[in-house]
Design a protein around this ligand. Sequence first.
Ligand code: FES
Length: 197
Amino acid sequence: MANDDLDHSRRKALTGGVVIVGGIGAAITAWPFVASMNPSASALAAGAPVEVDVSKMQPGQQIQEIWRRKPVWIIRRTPEMISTLGVLTPKLRDPNSKDSQQPAFARNEFRSIKEEYLVLIGICTHLGCSPEFRPEPGTISPTWPGGFYCACHGSRFDLAGRVYKNVPANKNLEVPPYYFPSSGRLLIGVTREEAAA
Ligand code: FES
């Protein structure tokens, strides 16, 4: 056999070996990829609605839950807190929530189903930091009526999560879907209409 013929047949054998090994490799690497496309029970549970007992919340209290791996704040507003909302309109960028994200029931001054209970996603709409709940008047500035303050870049939100003018964030804090299945019980992650469908 001439040297050229020898090289040719060796090359063919080597190429065949590469194809077979490559095929096994593809099969091995494809398995975890396919498996990862099937959502696990824990992933499904992470998106499930979260039920919260709000019956024992004190006026002015904030509690935090996790829904879809996001912090969700529930605040029981006092009558004094609620009274600050109506006078702030000229200072707010989107007072009627036309450009912000929330269910239809929250497109109003209170951004809530019940005036008393505020439910918000606790993530700043600028670059995703977690704002602080600062309900005490006069703490952020002498005229501060209470609200949420994001220390990362200074964005301010009122006690309905509405963003002030002239701060880095340009959207109100997001309101998640929720409803009250009964007095004192809150279900985060679904509206009444969606639950009934
Ligand atoms: S992330 Fe909140 S002000 Fe920038």
